[in-house]
Design a binder for this molecule. Structure first.
Ligand code: AMP
Ligand code: FES
Ligand code: ZN
Length: 313
């Protein structure tokens, strides 16, 4: 079977949602075009930007860094890796992001939790987060993406959240009725406070499988280990359920996300009057660290879980 685009090479990739069979070269060009279109549609980048790219050692952020770096050569970009101190895993990922930084010729900043803050993610085992390590880890990462971007004087931060990640997160927010989280799950989160840095998700148009194929065909360095705390997490199980749906209805994920952004989100935002989206009315300064938080007169989530950890130590 020949590639449906070029008609010359053998097709290796089948994209069920658009019924396309492509050769690796045409697939990579398509993936790159999709990311550039997403960036344009949502006005994610401008020529005065100086961005941070959060790289984890995984397939998504490697794909992200490679496509951004190649497509926007003139925009300054710095790779940011947070060393979470997870035995074996964090060191393994660090080696991958170092390699990636060499390949794309962009600087890498390594932020070590242990060196900078005196703790590691596994230390949360002794707290109420013991069984919800990923949740504590998520809070730490989100806080640091913002703080590092701010401290380095960068204009925004890009993360490798892809289509599957976003569909899963939207689905979960629906399930829990968490409207506040639902309206924050946007491709672009603008600056709504002097210390709240804009966040962009340029891979929102690519599936898990597309990111894996892209990273593999480009031969990008990606981790071979799984985080020991992620095994059979709820996120993974929800993704499996959504994949079953996509097996039956190939366009399911794409339709779900586009209906959400085009039809439901605007109505939700209107109904909420912007309050939960994180405008000035709903953002306060954390009395402990001074960074923005949605909690009035209370330490931010990050400061809360870190103080919990210090009390247990
Ligand atoms: P995850 O929360 O693990 O699904 O990762 C989502 C995105 O967050 C990745 O695609 C990266 O852009 C970023 N990320 C995750 N872990 C790290 C890390 N240790 N250092 C820097 N960025 C990360
Ligand atoms: Fe955060 Fe595994 S990478 S808990
Ligand atoms: Zn704080």
């Amino acid at each position: 079977m020949k590639c449906k685009k070029c008609g010359a090479n053998d097709a290796e990739v089948y994209l069920a949602y658009s019924n396309l069979k492509l050769c690796p070269e045409c697939f990579m060009l398509l993936a790159e075009r999709k990311v550039r279109n997403t960036i344009e549609t949502y006005k994610m980048l401008s020529k005065n930007d100086n961005i941070g790219i959060a790289v984890s050692g995984g397939k998504d952020s490697a794909t992200l860094a490679y496509i951004l770096s190649r497509s926007f050569e003139k925009i300054p970009m710095t790779l940011i890796y947070i060393d979470l101190g997870i035995p074996d895993y964090s060191q393994h990922c660090l080696e991958k992001v170092k390699e990636l930084s060499k390949i794309i010729d962009r600087d890498l900043i390594v932020y070590s939790l242990e060196k900078e803050l005196g703790f590691r993610i596994p230390d949360f085992k002794s707290t109420i987060y013991g069984r919800k390590m990923c949740s504590a880890c998520g809070t730490v990462k989100r806080y640091l993406f913002n703080k590092i971007t701010y401290d380095l004087g960068l204009t925004k931060i890009a993360t490798g959240h892809n289509l599957d990640d976003t569909v899963e997160a939207i689905f979960n927010s629906y399930m829990e009725g968490n409207v506040g989280a639902l309206v924050r799950l946007k491709p672009v989160l603008p600056k709504t406070h002097p210390k709240m840095m804009p966040k962009i998700k340029p891979l929102i148009c690519l599936t898990d499988m597309e990111c894996l194929l892209y990273a593999t065909y480009r031969n990008l360095p990606i981790r071979m280990l799984e985080c020991q705390f992620a095994k059979r997490s709820r996120t993974i199980r929800r993704k499996e359920v959504l994949n079953l749906l996509a097996d039956k209805i190939p366009s399911f994920k794409h339709t779900f996300i586009s209906s959400h952004y085009r039809r439901i989100l605007p109505l939700l935002e209107k109904a909420l009057g912007g309050q939960s989206v994180g405008d000035e009315m709903g953002i306060f300064d954390c009395p402990v660290c001074g960074m923005p938080t949605s909690l009035r007169s209370m330490p931010c989530h990050f400061c809360k879980i870190v103080s919990l950890l210090k009390r247990k130590a």
